[in-house]
Ligand binder design. Structure first.
Ligand code: BMA
Length: 327
């Protein structure tokens, strides 16, 4: 390996080698989708969900659009990272006093472990869409942090390590609707509740494929060059927004500083399970697994707001591609 991932080894990471004849730096699992439509009672679609390695197996927080159409967060478990079983009821969050918090909706969760606590960052409502942050130590009891963000905001992605002693989080300020704009910003917090020292990180529209808005995806990966960040970029076409996957690398000690960004998207919606569905032409990366020993990376992405799929790459392939098509 030319490049290095700083992180845990994960010998059981789901992975397939790159098939011959594939030009893109990400490739799809041969048995996609891994979670198909109507996966469990009361869930019509599971997509844009977060998976992580946990106690030798895998655990995930899943966005399920229920049969009322409203999305909530559900817990799922898997032995191999490919086949999941789900809790039948949404995750119950409690406030500091132990009272159950009711949600209008909850979607697009990200999941990260930091200093022994598992944080779930997701989109929920506070008189309009904004970020919620939940935490758990055991995936049994979940607490909700008291309204850390104002509306309107989405795509909250927490760094897996404190940066210069503070929590660091990317987000994408937005509006109350489908948001036809949006850049990635960085915020810091000393306590995970009060966020400030905001910085602008990267603007939409530096190429056409991400012309309308961008939002960070999986938890940033620490590498020898800095933090590797996968993100989604949306471009408005005559038939609506098209969501593709891009990547950039930021400074290890200052993640507002973009060191390398790729002009090309890494992968765009092409397969029927990405181009046809509840919302056509959406490929939306939300979480990833990494193995520091082999440099393998597995990305969980939503397809067409309908299914969950798995993509693969490795650290050398993706960094070589970013640097080759650097802007
Ligand atoms: C965004 C979010 C995502 C969704 C995407 C495409 O605004 O709501 O959950 O995948 O739109 O519909």
């Amino acid at each position: 390996m030319k490049h290095k991932i700083y992180g845990n080894e994960l010998p059981n990471i789901p992975f397939e080698p790159k098939p011959a004849g594939i030009d893109s730096p990400l490739w799809r699992y041969s048995k996609n989708p891994i979670i198909n439509i109507n996966p469990f009672p009361n869930a019509s679609r599971v997509f844009n969900s977060a998976v992580m390695a946990y106690k030798g197996e895998f655990i995930g927080v899943f966005r399920a659009d229920t049969k009322t159409g409203v999305p909530y967060l559900f817990l799922g478990r898997s032995k191999d990272g490919l086949k999941f079983s789900f809790e039948p009821e949404p995750i119950v969050f409690h406030d500091k006093n132990g009272d159950v918090v009711k949600f209008e909706y909850a979607y697009d969760p990200r999941l990260v472990e930091l200093e022994g606590t598992y944080y779930i960052i997701f989109c929920t409502s506070l008189h309009g869409p904004t970020l919620g942050i939940g935490k758990t130590k055991d995936f049994k009891y979940f607490e909700l942090i008291d309204n850390p963000f104002l509306p309107f905001n989405r795509n909250g992605v927490l760094f897996p390590k404190k940066i210069n002693g503070e929590y660091a989080l990317y987000s994408r300020p937005s509006d109350s609707g489908h948001t036809m704009f949006g850049d990635i910003f960085l915020s810091y917090s000393k306590d995970m509740e009060y966020w400030g020292h905001h910085r602008h990180v990267m603007e939409k529209g530096y190429e056409w494929w991400c012309g309308t808005k961008i939002g960070a995806g999986p938890t940033p990966i620490e590498t020898d060059l800095g933090w590797l960040v996968f993100f989604h970029g949306a471009n408005l076409t005559c038939s609506g927004l098209v969501y593709s996957i891009g990547a950039f690398i930021v400074d290890k000690n200052d993640p507002s500083k973009v060191l390398h960004r790729c002009s090309n998207f890494l992968l765009a919606p092409e397969e029927p399970y990405e181009t046809v569905g509840y919302v056509a032409n959406v490929l939306f990366p939300v979480s990833c697994l990494t193995d520091s020993k082999t440099g393998r990376i597995a990305i969980y992405a939503g397809g067409a707001d309908t299914i969950t799929e798995l993509l693969f790459t490795d650290i050398d392939t993706v960094i070589d591609y970013i640097l080759k098509y650097e802007r």
